[in-house]
Design a protein around this ligand. Structure first.
Ligand SMILES: [Zn+2]
Length: 327
């Protein structure tokens, strides 16, 4: 008996009929064949599925991934822009503190109040579960900081606007220009604060600001007021003091000669005398002081009618970097 197998069709040799006769598989055989094919199919199917799942994103996943990346980039850009905005606000705050609030003689708003944080450590807890939590929280914090500081700043301006009303007369009197013509700022010699003494070479407090200028240069009254002193002073040489009212006085030292007299009422910009080299002085210059309630204040706070914000910054730098006074 021989069994031939061809294309899964089975034949069996029948010696009686001398023929090959086809043999049909039993139902059991058929069942196992189907089962085997099915199992192989399922295994291959699962394999291909897993492969695709790891190797390729579904269109939706790819879209979400792309969008996620875009959002992350956008957050980074926003974060950087917020840094810029905070920097600009910082400049405004400094100007508010050193110029505007000084002019109006209002109490300063301390840095600790302007930049105080928020209470409660779990303010951003709900963001912790995000995949880019650190970036999102940092950016949100910056927005909160900006909002709070802007609120304080806007209150400060509100207060100053209130003070500004009915201040026209006061504004005419308060020193607000430079005492010599100094458009290109080349006349700025030395600022207010601790400086090197020109004669003793030791650090000493300089109570005013020095402007170097040739002998005979016009000196202006820096605000409306009345001349209360025009005479010789031990260290300041020929010296003029103007009382501007509202607690303000200005002092002009080392003059070559006077133009204004004691008791004279002067207006801002009026020539009161001329630059000289009298008294304790190392060269022709004007020593200029602003006194508030009898105490010297930094004169650089009182040039706001004369200088643009850029020029003001430039002047401060020149005045700061000149270590040596002319006295
Ligand atoms: Zn000086």
């Amino acid at each position: 008996m021989r069994l031939f197998k061809s294309r899964k069709i089975y034949y069996l040799y029948n010696p009686n009929t001398l023929n090959y006769e086809r043999v049909y598989p039993s139902a059991k055989d058929r069942f196992f064949v189907v089962l085997r094919h099915l199992s192989i199919g399922i295994v291959i199917g699962i394999g291909v599925f897993i492969l695709f799942m790891y190797a390729f994103d579904s269109p939706m996943e790819a879209l979400l991934r792309k969008e996620n990346k875009l959002l992350e980039t956008q957050y980074e850009i926003l974060s950087r822009r917020l840094d810029d905005a905070l920097q600009i606000l910082d400049d405004i705050q400094q100007r508010d503190e050193n110029l505007y609030r000084a002019i109006f003689q209002t109490e300063s708003i301390p840095e600790s109040v302007r930049k105080s944080g928020f209470g409660g450590s779990n303010r951003y807890e709900h963001l912790m579960t995000l995949s880019h939590a650190e970036l999102v929280i940092a950016t949100t914090k910056k927005i909160d900081m900006l909002r709070k500081q802007l609120y304080i700043q806007s209150n400060s301006f509100e207060e100053l606007i209130g003070l500004g009303k009915n201040m026209e007369e006061r504004n005419k009197c308060i020193p607000a220009i430079q005492p010599v013509s100094n458009k290109d700022l080349r006349q700025t010699a030395s600022g207010y604060g601790m400086r090197l003494d020109p004669i003793y070479r030791t650090l000493r407090f300089h109570s005013g600001m020095d402007f170097s200028a040739p002998v005979g240069t016009d000196i202006y009254a820096t605000g409306n007021g009345k001349v209360i002193f025009a005479s010789w002073k031990q260290s300041n040489g020929n010296c003029i003091v103007i009382d501007h009212g509202y607690g303000f006085q200005t002092l002009y030292g080392h003059l070559s000669h006077f133009k204004a007299k004691v008791g004279q009422v002067v207006t801002r910009g009026e020539v009161i005398g001329y630059v000289g080299n009298t008294g304790k002085s190392t060269g022709p210059h004007l020593h200029y002081e602003v006194l508030v309630k009898g105490r010297p204040d930094n004169p650089s706070k009182y040039y706001y009618m004369d200088l643009t914000p850029e020029e003001y910054d430039q002047m401060l730098q020149i005045a700061e970097n000149h270590g040596q006074v002319m006295d």
